[in-house]
Design a binder for this molecule. Sequence first.
Ligand SMILES: *[C@@H]1O[C@H](CO)[C@@H](O)[C@H](O)[C@H]1NC(C)=O
Ligand SMILES: *[C@@H]1O[C@H](CO)[C@@H](O)[C@H](O)[C@H]1NC(C)=O
Ligand SMILES: *[C@@H]1O[C@H](CO)[C@@H](O)[C@H](O)[C@H]1NC(C)=O
Length: 373
Amino acid sequence: MVRIAKALGLVILCVAVFILSLISYVSLRKDNLFTSSKYIMGGPRIMFHAGFRSQFAMNFLDPSFIPLTNALNEELQGKPYKWKFNKTAFYQQRKDIFSYIDIPSNFSLTKNSVRVGQLMHFDYSSHKYVFSISNNLKSLLPETSPILNKHYSMCAVVGNSGILTGSHCGPEIDQADFVFRCNFAPTEVYSKDVGKKTNLTTFNPSILERYYNNLLTIQDRNNFFLNLKKLEGAILWIPAFFLHTSATVTRTLVDFFVEHKGQLKVELAWPGNIMHDVNKYWKTKNLSPKRLSTGILMYTLAYAMCDEIHLYGFWPFGWDPNTGKELPYHYYDKKGTKFTTKWQETHQLPSEFKLLYKLHREGVTKLSLTHCS
Ligand SMILES: *[C@@H]1O[C@H](CO)[C@@H](O)[C@H](O)[C@H]1NC(C)=O
Ligand SMILES: *[C@@H]1O[C@H](CO)[C@@H](O)[C@H](O)[C@H]1NC(C)=O
Ligand SMILES: *[C@@H]1O[C@H](CO)[C@@H](O)[C@H](O)[C@H]1NC(C)=O
C-alpha cells in the first residue's frame, strides 16, 4: 500500500515537474518576443495589445521587417520630437536631386518631345516591349511642362497607408498650397483624415482595369467621368511607360480622353522614361529597390515646385505605432481587408520609410507619424 502510494507520488511529482518546465519554456519564449518588441517599439502601452501581439509575431517572422531606429522608438514611446525645418539642408537636397533629374522637363512628355509613330519602351519591362505613339496620344500631351515656373511655399505629399485612418490630418493637409496624391486615391469619404484638396494625383492606367472594368459599360464610363470631374483643375500624372502590362489599357484611356476633350478640366501629364534618373539619385542614398514607391517618387518631383514638403501616410507596417491596432494597407481598403505584403517583391517600403525618417530628423522634410491635433 505504502509502495503504491510512493509510486503514485513519484508519478505526480514527475507530471508536475513536466508541466512546470513546459510553462517556463512558454513564458521564456514569450519573454524573448517581448524583449524584441520592446526594442523595436518601446512602449508597454503597445506591448500588451492583443492585435499588436499577433501582428508583431507576424512581423517577427517576416524577413522584410527591419528594426526601426532608436530615435523613432523613442518618439513612438511618447517622447514627441519637436520638428524644425532646416532650410539649408532642404536646399542642399534639392540641389542634389536637381543634379540627377531635370524635374520640370521630365515631369511630362510634350507635343514637341515626341513624334507620331515613335516607339516608346517601358522603364520596368523588358526592352523588347514597345508602344507606338499615336496621333491621339500626341494630341493629349501638353505644349510645355505643366509645372514650369510653378512655386509653392508649402506642399503635402499624401501616401495611401492605413495610418491615416483616424489621424484627423485632413485640415492640416488642406492647409498646404499644393497637395500631391497617389493612384487616384479617394478622398471624399475620408476627408477628415486625408483632406479634400488634390492638386495632383498619379494615375496608373491599370486603375481602369481594377476599378472601372476597362470602361466596358456606360456605367463604368460615367463613374470614371464623374470621378474625373471632381478633380477639376488638378494634374493627372499618368505613368503609361513604366510597365508594358498597362499598354492595352493605356489605349482605352487615351481614347476616353480624346472623346471627352473639352468636357474635362483635368490637366494631363504623361511622364516618359524617367525612372533611370530618379533611381540614380536614390541610389546615392543607398536606396535601390526594384521599384520605388509612388509616394517617394512624388516626394522627389515635389522638390521642383515646393519650398517645404510635409509627408503623410507613409507608414509601411500593418500596425498603428501609436495604438498597436492593426492597420489596412491602404486607408481606403474595405474594412477587414488584411494588410498585404505582396509589395515586398518589388518595393522596399520599410527602407524608404527609414530613409524618410532620417530626413525628418535632419529637418529636411516633416514626416507625419502620429495623429494631427
Ligand atoms: C541644418 O543643416 C545643415 C546642412 O545639413 C547643417 O550643417 C546644420 O547644422 C543644420 N542646422 C541645424 C540647426 O540643425
Ligand atoms: C529628361 O530631361 C532631360 C534634360 O532636360 C532630357 O534630355 C530628357 O530627354 C528628359 N527625359 C524624359 C524622359 O523626359
Ligand atoms: C489645389 O486644389 C484646390 C482644390 O482641390 C484648389 O482650390 C486650389 O486652388 C489648388 N491650388 C493650386 C495651387 O492649384
